[in-house]
Design a protein around this ligand. Structure first.
Ligand code: AMP
Ligand code: MG
Length: 433
């Protein structure tokens, strides 16, 4: 078991007030231990689940050599060297599911439909469009250079070979995989149990939907954003509601969250003034690795571990992310820091999110020494080049900027001001948000 010291020591070489994003990602990744429990699920329930073990193909797919075209199957050795035409006698017919059983001689062929087994002794299919049929359909004739030996035949096992790994453990099952598994005759698979993520909002100013908005109050939007982002990752999301800014209430909520979940996400209450309070509280029954990032939005972000018991080491542990309260910062920190950890803990093998180069259509102010994730609207110009414009307000409270945008403009830690037309990196929302 890891000790309190080990947890805090992982940031020792950095300034804990301004941890670079890449360092924060490396630290959080290191604490992401995958869930081990496995469940068996029917194929239709397997979409977006994480495969627990390699799937080894029990059969060849396709199981037989078969025709890729409607046409005529024959032995490619019959293709003459030199002669301009080939003439073959049609000795039978094979449809998908209805093979031709008899022998096929050298000057003979069999009428085949797409998916039909290529008959014994045949290895080549000439498409029907390329042949001339005799009046009684008893023979065909085609140009000798119309096909090469072996053409238009799908080989047994060319899709999936028996004994080979068809899908690797850690794969998040998608639509094609359901079909692929079905093609192997597999109706149930072992997946990791779903990750359990508890989340709640903190703030005396927050009102739940249906409550009146009194002066100075705001509706709690973060729980809805978080719910949706968690839903996309197919984790089990436990909504613990709004918790008031009171140490006792916060402690009780965190401990009960640790009892029931693998990961606890909170929003609000980690910025200046409240930060010390959260940290202090966490120290009594958890560990804090860092609480502030060189990132915008998302500077106040606490990461650590909470325990359901009274002290670190007592009861059940859960990883803890104290996200900022500002609605845009919640989304940015979720996608840039939390998402990968959740995928790793769910047992998946996430790939880095792809970045695309784009020309900025406007100058962008940027201070070196922090990573920024501005909201942008990107499109592809006629020449295929990507172009991006920042959305108007980049305030971390303006959630409409996220709805308006279709990408993050990712401005690296070392980067300074960006001039008009200069190249920036963008991360498209498509497939992510
Ligand atoms: P805090 O980090 O608690 O200081 O909150 C920063 C800002 O985000 C404040 O303006 C809060 O009112 C706002 N905020 C915090 N939590 C939420 C929430 N759940 N929904 C909407 N706004 C919030
Ligand atoms: Mg607050």
């Amino acid at each position: 078991m890891t000790t309190h010291n080990e947890f805090s020591r992982c940031v020792a070489q950095y300034d804990p007030h301004a941890l670079p994003v890449s360092a924060a990602q490396a630290i959080t990744r290191q604490w992401a231990k995958p869930v081990t429990a496995v469940e068996r699920v029917a194929l239709r329930d397997a979409l977006d689940r994480v495969l627990a073990a390699d799937i080894v193909s029990p059969i060849d797919v396709p199981s037989h050599d078969n025709s890729a075209m409607d046409g005529y199957a024959f032995n490619g050795a019959a293709l003459p060297g030199g002669a301009p035409f080939v003439e073959l006698a049609v000795v039978g017919k094979a449809l998908a599911g209805h093979p031709f059983a008899g022998p096929v001689g050298a000057a003979q062929c069999v009428r085949v439909m797409t998916g039909a087994c290529v008959p014994e002794g045949c290895d080549t299919v000439v498409p029907q469009e390329l042949v001339e049929r005799s009046a009684d359909s008893a023979s065909i004739r085609f140009a000798a250079d119309a096909v090469r030996a072996g053409a238009n035949r799908r080989l047994a096992g060319e899709d999936l070979a028996r004994g080979h790994v068809a899908l690797h453990a850690g794969r998040v099952i998608r639509a094609s995989d359901l079909g692929l598994l079905a093609s192997l005759g597999i109706g149930e698979i072992n997946v990791r149990r779903r990750l359990r993520v508890a989340f709640f909002s903190t703030g005396d100013e927050l009102r739940s939907l249906g409550e009146p908005l009194d002066a100075g109050a705001v509706y709690d939007s973060n729980r809805y954003t978080l719910f949706a982002m968690l839903r996309r990752l197919n984790v089990e999301a436990l909504d613990l509601g709004v918790i008031r800014d009171e140490p006792a209430a916060l402690e009780a909520a965190l401990r009960s969250a640790a009892e029931s979940a693998d990961v606890v996400l909170t929003s609000g209450g980690v910025s200046v003034g409240e930060a010390d309070f959260t940290r202090q509280l966490l120290r009594t029954f958890g560990d804090v690795a860092f609480w502030s990032l060189a990132m915008r939005p998302g500077r106040p972000l606490a990461f650590g571990r909470v325990w359901s018991g009274e002290r670190p080491g007592l009861g059940l542990p859960a990883l803890f992310f104290g996200l900022p309260g500002n609605p845009v910062a919640v989304m940015v920190t979720f996608y840039q820091i939390v998402r990968e950890v959740l995928l790793l803990m769910a047992g998946a093998a996430p790939q880095p999110l792809p970045l695309i180069h784009a020309a900025s259509l406007q100058p962008i102010r940027k201070r070196a020494g922090r990573t920024e994730f501005q909201r942008g609207i990107a499109c592809q110009a006629a020449n295929g080049q990507w172009q991006v414009t920042p959305t108007g307000s980049q305030s971390s409270g303006v959630l409409s900027s996220m709805s308006e945008a279709n990408c993050f403009i990712v401005l690296g830690h070392e980067e300074g001001d960006i001039g008009e037309g200069e190249r920036v990196s963008i991360m498209l929302f498509h497939g992510l948000i």
